[in-house]
Design a protein around this ligand. Structure first.
Ligand code: UT7
Length: 334
């Protein structure tokens, strides 16, 4: 879908991570695994984990404040807060309402959006529509996740993969022809059973699959998701670029969802692009679901890698199963 009225772009960035680090060596003491296996199969060395006493929304609020200030705004200027999450602290109040209160964004409407790891790209697409029509001027999108809270710490297939974190971006109007050029959102509920986190209901089958006492933890058919991920990441990137009438050679950098370095490298190979044109930080943080892309974006902006007129792509996939890609043209600044 192309954005063709008021141009909407990302104008401020922020991120926040818990201080506590869980290394592969720590995991060796918890389950039957090894640092060597985790690095070879995933590329992950360590991840950040929330302290028991800290709700995830506190991370989201910190990321949000930084993004708002980076955009040159005050919390009172924000008219809508969209929080993308599959690990809300509460089903109600929403993470968006908790963050609204924490940062004092008194004038903002607020809601959560769950498209799992594809959430942030879904979120900026929704925000972009409100900007594009002139309905709102300043929107905050926060990817905020506490995956450690839904991790089965007895399941070596999943517990080595996830981490906690939050990233945020402000979406508002930018110079015509810049910002979000096009996005593509997709979902296939028929294969949704490959990643599940039961909440208010769990089937017999769900309960049997879980090793620990808490049945509201993540379960995943990793190898099925891996095959799906490599295919959709490459295809969704190609589609969003083609829609804009440009080619992969015009793209400065791709910021993918950070689930596994093998998935990222596999998609890059299909796209025939070199590794230095794909942003990777999964080694330091693991998979933080919808927080991965905005955290990577904040790092990218702080490194001043993008110059005005550069095209870049955000692409994610995950539970649902879902996928989403966005092509942006950097307007400069920040
Ligand atoms: O954000 C979106 C959601 N998630 C993902 O994108 C994850 C997608 N999937 C993956 O990243 C990979 O499938 C995994 C990293 C989860 C697993 O890698 P894999 O190459 O697909 O391994 P596998 O599941 O086929 O397992 C291979 C072997 C098995 O042993 P056997 O049956 O061959 O004896 C597993 O039991 O590795 C074993 N294994 C482990 N061994 C040591 C699984 N987890 C571990 C572990 N340490 N942590």
């Amino acid at each position: 879908m192309a954005f063709n009225k008021i141009s909407a772009g990302l104008t401020g960035f922020g991120s926040s991570l818990p201080e506590k680090i869980l290394t592969n060596q720590d995991l060796e003491k918890m389950v039957d695994t090894s640092n060597e296996w985790i690095i070879r199969r995933t590329g992950i060395s360590q991840r950040r984990i929330l302290e028991d006493s800290t709700p995830a929304f506190k991370l989201g609020a910190r990321a949000a404040k930084d993004a708002i200030s980076d955009a040159g705004l005050e919390p009172g200027d924000i008219e809508l807060i969209i929080v993308t999450t599959e690990t809300p602290d509460y089903l109600t109040p929403s993470m968006a309402c908790l963050i609204q209160n924490e940062i004092g964004a008194k004038n903002a409407a607020a809601f959560d959006l769950n498209a799992a790891c594809s959430g942030f790209v879904y979120g900026i697409t929704v925000a972009g529509q409100f900007i594009s029509t002139g309905y709102y001027k300043n929107i905050l999108v926060v990817g905020c996740e506490g995956l450690s809270r839904v991790t089965d710490w007895k399941d070596r297939n999943t517990c080595v993969l996830f981490g906690d974190g939050a990233g945020a971006a402000v979406v508002n109007a930018v110079e015509e022809g810049y910002g979000i050029i096009s996005t593509q959102l997709g979902a296939d509920g028929a294969i949704g059973h490959n990643i599940t986190i039961p909440c208010c209901y769990a089937s017999e089958e769900d309960n049997k699959a879980r090793e620990c006492d808490n049945k509201s933890v993540i379960w995943m058919n990793g190898s099925e998701v891996l095959k799906f991920a490599v295919r959709v990441m490459a295809q969704a990137t190609k589609d969003v670029i083609k829609q804009a009438g440009i080619t992969i050679d015009d793209i400065k950098i791709i910021v993918p969802h950070q689930a596994n370095v093998r998935i990222i490298n596999g998609a890059a190979k299909r796209l025939k692009i070199s590794d230095d044109r794909v942003y990777i930080n999964v080694d330091r943080y693991g998979n933080m679901s919808s927080a991965c892309i905005p955290i990577a974006l904040d790092e990218l902006m702080k490194k001043n890698i993008l110059k005005k007129d550069d095209y870049f792509v955000l692409v994610g996939f995950g539970g649902g199963l879902t996928w989403a890609s966005a092509l942006l043209k950097w307007q400069g600044g920040s």
